[in-house]
Design a binder for this molecule. Sequence first.
Ligand SMILES: [Zn+2]
Length: 327
Amino acid sequence: MRGKDFFDCGPASFYNCRVPETNPLSAPATRTCPVCGHDAADPWLRKGELHLVRCRGCGMIYASPAPAEFASGQYYDGAGAGYYLSPAKLESDYAAVRFERELRLFRKHRAAGAVLDVGCSSGAFLFQLNSRFPGCYEILGTDVSGTPLDYAESRGVPVVRGDFLEQPFADKKFDAVTFWAVLEHLLEPRRFLEQAWSILKPGGLCFVLVPNVTSLATRLLGARYRYIYPQHLNYFTRGTLTRLVEARFSVVEFRTTHFNPIVIWQDWRQHGKEVPNQERADLLKRTTAYKQNPLLRPAKALYALTEKSLGALSLADNLVAVLRRKN
Ligand SMILES: [Zn+2]
């Protein structure tokens, strides 16, 4: 499974066509394409109970059927909460280096104003934004998962609880809305972008970061890659993400960022076996510690060069788009 074949294939040889057993208590939802709405798609990849298909209309890769607990967000308040609130994950999220790239990009395009972070979890991005640039921003976070929001509030980040689509913002308008690693988790990402559009001021900006399904890591690892997993319902390319946003937004900047060679090495060695949440949190903590260690400066320079080169080739781990609201 390599390069072009991996992405442009119809039914792939490793796709197992066995009909899945379904749990009657949480029946999985069959989906139409979240980008173009087309209902015809071909099997693309299967990993355990995760079924990915490729839309015949636009090429979007998405999970169908979608496991009910991930589609509803229920997972993030139950089994997933252990990871999102583990001390290792919180410590890494609140480390100064964690949102370095996002903050730089955000600051470049929006020097002040009202900011809403959708899917803010423990509030780390807003916390960093507010503490590094005091007085510049009016911050607000929102999430479906209550426990991380308690933590966000304990760190001074104001939050609104519940489903973003059902929140009455009344006449409140924002200068920026951010979705850092959120759209890949959603059953209907288009509705979230519509809602973002409706609460942005004219000329307001929307920041989107999602995993890049054409990254070097995905190309090398295919189904072994740990981020091909049930929490991720949508797998974007630059083309499909652009198509999703273009009705409501114009693209101001588009790039690929982040690269984690440790993840590639581990997933290669472990043949894609599921990585327990605790291990993911520990790795995040370790990666954060490497980034902060002055003794590793030469390695960091090499790393930065690699990330930059991958970015130039659109092969880095995430797609990042800065979008301007169309009027
Ligand atoms: Zn489509």
